[in-house]
Design a protein around this ligand. Sequence first.
Ligand code: SF4
Ligand code: SF4
Length: 298
Amino acid sequence: MNQPNPDAPPASPVIPVQLSLEDKFQFRCHKGIACFNKCCENIDILLTPYDILRLKKHFGLTAREFIDQYTVDFAMDGQGLPGLKLRTRPGSTACINLTPEGCGVYADRPAACRYYALGLVSMRRAASPVDEDSYFVVREDHCLGHDEPVTQTVGQYRAEQGVDEYDEATREWRRIILKKRSSGPTVGKPSERSLELFFLASYDIDGFRDFVASAGFAEVFDIPAAEKQALLADDLKLLQFGFRLLKQVLFGEMSIAIKKDARDKRMARLRERLAANPVDKATEIANAQDKLYDSLDE
Ligand code: SF4
Ligand code: SF4
């Protein structure tokens, strides 16, 4: 008889079958189920920018206050791309939002909680302008929802859980992370400043609003007054603008006009710096990433 190998990795709870929106799966979660709250007692939930926007409004906090009280930070990749996870209760693995009655932030719960027990994979084929999404079922031992006699399509489940607006709001952000991961060291190590900008634009929407409204920002970026006012008045628009700015700073995908004199000054300074300090290619690229931010320091 074969003995179990104690060093073997734990079996994955992911059922390796790709599902489309029309495919059906069996699952139902409800308050009367014996495992109620089990899934929230041992969490590892990555927060997206839109999760933070919804939750900080839920609690009536600024983004910074919410981040300090309800999240823990971690690195999303080997280069220190900042990520945030939902905090657990002190001395426990249970979610900070868990109450005996269930989720204490149900109407504004994060996308990861809405998706469960589904997972999402987004891919873009070469030369295709659109992402292709597919889904898979995550089946963990503690979850009895898989034994409930209810089937629905993936599309029905997504609609019931309200994930569409979450996915739409963070689609560009997920693309940035994927591109960052897949390009790896080839685009150079990101500078401290570009990582700070990633944090600000992704998570601290109130700090990012102050940044966009600042005189230093106006010296560099050429945004019509009415457009800027609309951005500053709407968190969701501001979030999408932040993703454009990140793509510009991290990957050189220019979509926000830069004032000509700002560019000339910046390029002259960059040339001076390169002439004074011969640098390798990666550092040169990192310096170039700094260029937009450098101009704001003047
Ligand atoms: S936010 Fe709500 S649903 Fe998500 S883990 Fe916490 S208690 Fe559970
Ligand atoms: S059925 Fe699954 S998702 Fe629902 S409460 Fe139980 S463990 Fe959580």
